[in-house]
Ligand binder design. Structure first.
Ligand code: NAD
Ligand code: DAU
Length: 351
């Protein structure tokens, strides 16, 4: 079946994996990747698929109503997979309005444009919004986030994502826009921008720089390999029920400090350093403001209804990730030159 699909945010971390999966797995689909190429967007993420005949890149901003309207007119999309966002919690603490603009306003512009272009025929259309488990807030030592857990966002990032989720469901209920949301836990893997914990730690360990761990490193995250997230998005896009929310997670909780210790051991092995060398770089720094203690996703609905499950054990995924970073030195150099240095200074110098 031929389809015209808009993927937003496809030159970022998760989006590039989703684009790669769709253009290679579905040669009959035309995939349009729309991305503003902010600091987090990088066309080098898609060098291997950029010349495929069913792939098109469009540079543009999701908050630009006129541009988005023209894009829908030009390609007559029947599906949208929306990933474009400001995605880093620490940056949302520095500059919340940028998150409201892109994550709330940008999502609303996309919804409104899809509604306008699809209003006479909603058959076989789908607006799929890729969201986060952070909308549910923070857990104590016990329990999981379920699809029915009440929203309780606590950072400007998660509040902006929660707001965008509410707009998606409001458009579904009010205008019958066919929509689905998924809320995923922390991803890791290749092409992850080194502002986030795992790639930042890999980069610093490699360069013998301090590895900053917020607070006491007691916070817990539930890690999922990015290719497994992309597979889940594929499954939900094709088999998910309209109007539903699906939680995606790895049943793979790690305290930050334990994760960093494991990463240090892997790095020692890969770099041929005596065991314990990299761990000496661990440096406890001032905690993140409003730092959520624990995230843990119950992904059993997705498993029971649609048969998805994670494919990799964490240690295997982490080794593959380290291997990718060590053999893609040029990628890392490109993304850490220029503005990255300014961000790093501002974020870490006073901690
Ligand atoms: P990312 O920061 O790596 O990529 C975001 C992409 O969006 C970039 O390519 C950027 O250029 C683009 N973008 C930003 N603002 C834009 C705008 N105004 N117009 C058009 N493009 C714009 O993010 P990611 O980690 O790949 O996350 C992708 C999506 O998945 C986000 O919606 C995020 O909330 C969600 N998510 C991420 C994780 C995770 O662990 N990284 C987990 C769950 C959900
Ligand atoms: O849960 C899903 C979310 O996961 C996504 O929605 C976000 O887009 C994504 O960025 C991620 O958010 P986190 O804040 O959990 O990820 P981050 O990699 O920034 O931090 C992971 C944990 O590590 C968190 O407890 C904060 C801590 N941390 C982070 C950095 C950058 C440190 O201890 N030191 C650091 O330098």
């Amino acid at each position: 079946m031929k389809r015209n699909i808009l993927i937003t945010g496809g030159a970022g971390f998760i989006g590039s994996h989703v684009v790669r999966l769709f253009v290679t797995k579905y040669p009959d689909y035309q995939i349009v990747n729309l991305d503003a190429l902010t600091y987090a967007g990088n066309l080098e993420n898609l060098l291997d698929v950029k010349d495929l005949p069913n792939y098109i890149f469009e540079k543009g901003d999701i908050t630009d109503e006129t541009f988005i309207d023209q894009l829908f007119g030009k390609y007559q999309f029947d599906g949208v997979i929306h990933l474009a966002a400001e995605s880093h919690v620490d940056r949302s603490i520095m500059d919340p309005l940028a998150f409201i603009r892109t994550n709330v306003m940008g999502t609303a512009v996309l919804l409104n444009t899809a509604r306008k272009h699809w209003k006479d025929n909603m058959d076989n259309k789908l607006f799929y919004h890729v969201s986060t488990d952070e909308v549910y807030g923070s857990l104590g030592a016990e329990g999981f986030f379920h699809e029915t857990t009440a929203y309780d966002p606590r950072s400007p990032y998660s509040a902006s994502k929660a707001s965008s989720d509410h707009f998606v469901m409001a458009y579904h209920h009010t205008y019958h826009l066919p929509a689905i949301i998924s809320n995923c836990s922390n991803n890791y893997g290749s092409h992850h921008f080194p502002e986030k914990l795992i790639p930042l730690a890999i980069h610093n360990i490699k360069n013998n720089k301090p590895v900053p761990v917020y607070g006491k490193g007691e916070n817990v995250r539930d890690w999922l390999y990015v290719n497994d997230h992309a597979r889940a998005i594929d499954t939900i896009f094709h088999k998910g029920r309209i109007g539903e929310t699906y939680n995606i997670g790895g049943f793979n909780e790690w305290k930050n400090i334990d994760l960093i210790q494991l990463l240090c051991r892997i790095m020692d092995k890969k770099l041929g350093r005596p065991e314990g060398t990299s761990a000496q770089l661990i440096t406890f720094v001032k905690d993140r403001a409003g730092h959520d203690l624990r995230y843990a996703i119950d992904a059993s609905k997705l498993n029971k209804e649609l048969g998805w499950e994670p494919s990799l054990q964490f240690e295997e995924g982490l080794e593959k990730t380290v291997d990718w970073y060590l053999s893609n030195e040029e990628w890392l150099q490109h993304v850490t030159s220029g503005n990255y240095q300014n961000y790093y200074q501002e974020q870490y110098q006073k901690r």
